[in-house]
Design a protein around this ligand. Structure first.
Ligand SMILES: Nc1nc2c(c(=O)[nH]1)N[C@@H](CN(C=O)c1ccc(C(=O)N[C@@H](CCC(=O)O)C(=O)O)cc1)CN2
Length: 300
């Protein structure tokens, strides 16, 4: 048996299409345009690509994109001053600071300086608390994307056994909160979990977000389970030529695809959903700021 491959790239395109339609309507009915500011500190090559894609896709959706690229030596004080300006800017409805930040900057302090109403990454402590208490929040983009893929496949997640492997603030913890909110029975597992294989084998829904290449083999997966692979790991690929590399997830795809009912590939699974959900969150933040109806199907 071979699992259904969940096409995150195609699903992300439909999300972007919905955002684009909604933005066009806002413009024609109210003469208003949502705006997203993205801040990049330093020259990390992967972050530069993500930020460029965010800017491009923001503009393609009809929203205004404000890009701030700062040198790696930027002081924490200067970054906080920029955030204060963006918090006060009426044309900016969403603010995102690309992670990771250079070591000399306290990321938690920077993320908590963002106005929670403009925190389209959902990393501000207020949004974390709102999500954890089941209130209306801005929700981190990657777990929101995973939730959308799961709802699309299963409709209701109520009563399903979900295991999230990984306990990061960006993916693992908010993912668990979202699954709980949809009435799944949720376990958060991690590197210190006893019998990790056995815990994974119980899962109807397995979300892998550990950041370890191909750590989860097919024989850890319950037959028919839905597997969401959040990992994006670059590993050497000498078979492609000297010095070449390839992307793999946290799940060993070739063995998992034989067992799972459905699985996200890497690349082309969860990754593209992250930016699509960033656009959705910017639209949501804009609608909340203006007291307008929120777009349907684009929030948690
Ligand atoms: N402030 C934030 N920083 C970071 C986040 C985030 O959500 N907010 N997430 C990641 C990086 N990221 C977005 O910022 C991101 C990662 C991957 C993808 C993606 O589309 N991946 C492709 C493969 C891309 C490649 O070839 O390298 C895929 O999986 O198909 C989009 C966005 C860390 N920082």
């Amino acid at each position: 048996m071979s699992a259904e491959i969940i096409d995150g790239k195609a699903f992300a395109a439909t999300i972007r299409g919905k955002v684009t339609e909604h933005v066009a309507r806002l413009h024609s009915e109210h003469g208003l345009t949502p705006g997203l500011a993205v801040v990049l500190v330093g020259e990390d090559p992967a972050s530069q690509v993500y930020v460029r894609n965010k800017g491009q896709q923001t503009e393609e959706s009809g929203m205004a994109s404000f890009e701030h690229r700062l040198p790696a030596e930027t002081s924490e004080a200067d970054l906080l001053a920029l955030i204060a300006r963006l918090n006060a800017a009426p044309a900016v409805h969403g603010i995102l600071v690309q992670l990771p930040l250079p070591d000399h900057i306290d990321s938690a302090k920077v993320l908590d300086a963002i106005d929670p109403a403009k925190d389209v990454d959902g990393f501000h402590i207020s949004n974390v608390g709102l999500l954890a208490t089941g209130q209306k929040a801005l929700v981190p983009c990657t777990p929101l994307g995973c939730l959308m893929l799961l709802r699309d496949r299963h409709g209701s997640l109520a009563g399903m056994d979900a295991v999230v492997v990984g306990r990061s603030n960006i993916v693992g913890k908010p993912m668990a909160q979202l699954l709980l909110r949809d009435s799944a029975t949720v376990t958060i597992a991690h590197s210190r979990t006893g019998d990790l294989a056995g815990v994974c084998r119980r899962a109807d829904i397995l979300v892998a977000a550990v950041g370890r290449p191909e750590m989860i083999p097919g024989d850890w997966i319950k037959p028919g389970a839905t597997v969401i692979d959040v990992g994006i790991n670059r590993i050497p690929a000498p078979e492609k030529g000297e010095g070449k590399s390839r992307l793999v997830g946290d799940v060993h795809f070739d063995s998992a695809v034989q067992v799972a009912g459905a699985i996200t590939p890497v690349p082309g699974g969860v990754g593209p959903m992250t930016i699509a959900c960033l656009l959705a969150n910017t639209l949501t933040a804009f609608c909340r700021a203006h007291g307008l109806a929120e777009p349907e199907g684009l929030t948690a």
